[in-house]
Every structure is written in structure tokens, then in C-alpha cells.
Write a protein that binds this ligand. Structure first.
Ligand code: CA
Length: 223
């Protein structure tokens, strides 16, 4: 999962980016509505966390503009404004969720994961293929109940492919969603990481389609 954090409180932003990364979530950060406006129309984020009080305009205004432009990615408003009328304005502008400061980072993560899961059409927090299960809340992968140890990067790759299943995911799409903006890998880096994942998860789980990309394939229950 890769998200855009729009927050002009730099200390809070730094702490959040770090906490998100520890939880396996990549986040680009900007403190400016105008830069966020540019980024959401050029970068394929899985979700946006949006502060409302920004130095260059109100977050509600930016959000309404994105929705008018047909940008439909999940947006969670994160703000100190907790009045009912503020929440109503946020949802009316197109917010999918609303969390008031101060907040627990854990709650933000639960809400974000649910938003991203829903955006991919999944309701259950545990995604399954065959006897493999990925728990989006705990960030763990198990086979028949036994834990499989993945690196943070391997987890992000598998989680993205599993959310997208049964769709084919191109290398470009994968690199945009699972690597930081300033750390885009060579395509052979992705190939190497996919090979490692196959060794850990079973070769049959991730299929390579030449010239198209990768997809997770169901090998039948318990196969
Ligand atoms: Ca602010």
C-alpha cells in the first residue's frame, strides 16, 4: 500500500510517515495542497490522508476539486476539526472517512487498510489464496496456519498482487505501488523479489505473463 500524506505539521508528518513505514505502508508526504493536487493526478496512490488546515487552501476545497476531476481514490480526512458541521463538510466534499486529532496511529492504520481493501472490492481483512492467508491487520502471511516470514518489501508486493487478484498487474504498476517515489527499482529487482516470494510461498502462487506482468493464481483450496 502506498499513500499520500497531506499534512503541514512537519513534526506530526515525520512521526506518521515513520509509524506507517514500520507498519509496512509507504507514504509520500507533502505539506502543500497544490503539491498534493499535482501528485494525486500524476501518482497512483492507494489512499490519501488529508489534513484540512493547509497553508495554501482548505483541504475540503482541494478534495472537492479532485472529486470533480474524477479522482476517486480513497481519502481519509485527518483533522483537529471535530464539530459535526466540519465532518459533514468533509464527507460532502467526497471524504471516505474522517478521524479527528488527537488520534491513535493504530486506529488510523485500521481505517486505511479497510478503505484500501474496500476499494479493491474485499470486505474481509484476511485475504486468501489456496491455503495461504494474508492478514491485512497484523501484516502476517501464513500457510495452513503456519507463519511465513517475509521482508517488508516482499509483504508489500504480495499484498498488492493479492488485493488485485485475479487481475494481471504490470511491473510498472507494481513498482509505482510498492516502492517509494524516489526509490523506483529496475525491473530486474522486481523479478528477483518475485522469485524470492515464489520460493517462500510456493512457485505456483504467482504467475508471470510475459510482457504483461504478474498475477496471483488460485491453485485450488489446500493445494
Ligand atoms: Ca494543518
Amino acid at each position: 500500500m502506498k499513500l499520500l500524506l497531506v499534512e503541514d505539521d512537519m513534526a506530526l508528518a515525520r512521526a506518521l510517515v515513520e509509524a506507517l513505514e514500520q507498519a509496512g505502508v509507504l507514504a509520500d508526504h507533502t505539506g502543500s495542497g497544490a503539491e498534493a493536487d499535482f501528485l494525486v493526478s500524476t501518482e497512483p496512490y492507494d489512499a490519501v490522508v488529508l489534513d484540512l488546515g493547509l497553508p495554501d487552501g482548505d483541504g475540503v476545497g482541494w478534495l472537492a476539486r479532485w472529486r470533480e476531476q474524477g479522482i476517486n481514490l480513497p481519502v481519509l480526512v485527518l483533522t483537529a476539526r471535530g464539530r459535526w458541521s466540519d465532518k459533514a463538510a468533509g464527507f460532502s466534499a467526497g471524504a471516505d472517512d474522517y478521524l479527528t486529532k488527537p488520534f491513535e496511529t493504530g486506529e488510523l492504520l485500521f481505517r486505511l487498510r479497510a478503505l484500501v481493501r474496500r476499494a479493491h472490492g474485499h470486505a474481509h481483512p484476511v485475504l486468501k489464496v489456496g491455503d495461504l492467508a494474508l492478514d491485512t491487520h497484523t501484516g502476517t502471511v501464513t500457510r495452513a496456519g503456519r507463519p511465513i516470514t517475509l521482508t517488508a518489501q516482499e509483504y508489500r508486493l504480495f499484498a498488492y498482487l493479492l488485493h488485485a487478484m485475479p487481475r494481471i498487474v504490470s511491473r510498472t504498476e507494481l513498482s509505482e505501488h510498492v516502492y517509494a517515489r524516489d526509490q523506483q527499482p529496475d525491473s530486474n529487482v522486481i523479478d528477483v523479489q518475485i522469485s524470492r516470494l515464489r520460493r517462500k510461498l510456493g512457485a505456483e502462487v504467482i504467475e508471470t505473463l510475459r510482457g504483461q506482468g504478474y498475477r496471483v493464481v488460485s491453485t485450488g483450496d489446500g493445494a
